[in-house]
Design a protein around this ligand. Sequence first.
Ligand SMILES: C[S@@+](CC[C@H](N)C(=O)[O-])C[C@H]1O[C@@H](n2cnc3c(N)ncnc32)[C@H](O)[C@@H]1O
Length: 346
Amino acid sequence: VGELYAHDGSFLGVGTYSPVSRIAFRVFTHERRPLDEAYFKETLERTAFLREGIPSDAYRVLYSESDQTPGFIVDRYADGLVLQVRTLGAEKLKPELLKALVERFRPAFVYERSDFVGRKDEGLEPFKGLLWGELKNPVLIREHEFTFLVDVERGLKTGFYLDQRENRLYASSLVKEGSRVLDLFCYTGGFSVYCAKRGARVTGVDLNERALELARENARINGVEVEFVKANAFEYLEQDRSSYDLIIADPPAIAKARKEKESLKWAVWKLAYHAFPRLRRGGRLFICVCSYQLSADELARQVRLAATDRGRKVVLKELRLQPYDHPYLPTFPESLYLKCGDFILV
Ligand SMILES: C[S@@+](CC[C@H](N)C(=O)[O-])C[C@H]1O[C@@H](n2cnc3c(N)ncnc32)[C@H](O)[C@@H]1O
């Protein structure tokens, strides 16, 4: 933790330095001030307006560089918080942030989910554990008119895909009573439950058995029926012979680094290529990529190539991004990672 100066000696900012990281210095602020509890309290106050009016008690409180807290992610789940520490510098500042979080939110718990392999690049070991209070896992959250159980101890990311909140609502607006929906990579059933509530007959597919158990529970507590299948989504789609009005495909972030970009492009093409024969006339493919590496243009291009390979055409009805509690700063292009396209087969 220290100050950054230009070669001419002029002050640039305060932040964290790491000799082993790919990014040597991460600027927190351009003001000369300590990165202490007061800094984090002010930051939480200053960025709170981006979280106002969110129709959920689960949202992202701090999103790393986008909220001037590089290396920290904080998600709120009802009356508790889940923290992720991604860099060595942030690790040093963790006690200060923790004090500020406890002071501002008076949370029932603060749980740390820093158990991802990428920490090794920063010279840190993966870690998870309770930092504050008492955790009753799974945690029950409200999102729009729905209720979801979130496994903050063992779920993916910090437990729930908070960034798809508005897209779940959007996708469900595309269906009506009796529509057939296939939710590929359904995780704990977010999209499935929303669509089923609108009267659709939904099949959700995921490889993760623990996520599917929670998905079944989530369907039950929301009073809907969904068929959840444990399968590889690519294989399932290839072998499936049903027809659908809407296919949702929200694959995992397979391209964190540039070199994996080709596999993500291929995955998008493959999903679209096998989805099109399963869609009824006017059917929709709602397909997402959650990686900075693939732009919205490239997503559209892969889907267009797959359509051409099937001798068909698609219209991109709407392009949707991450919600504003995961702020996209145009000055920091890497902060835009989630893009979903609503493609209509014509
Ligand atoms: C981005 S998440 C989906 C989030 C979900 N749409 C939601 O709103 O909660 C990706 C999911 O894909 C699953 N997954 C990864 N590879 C898979 C595969 N080959 N077949 C099926 N599911 C897979 C993971 O278990 C994870 O639940």
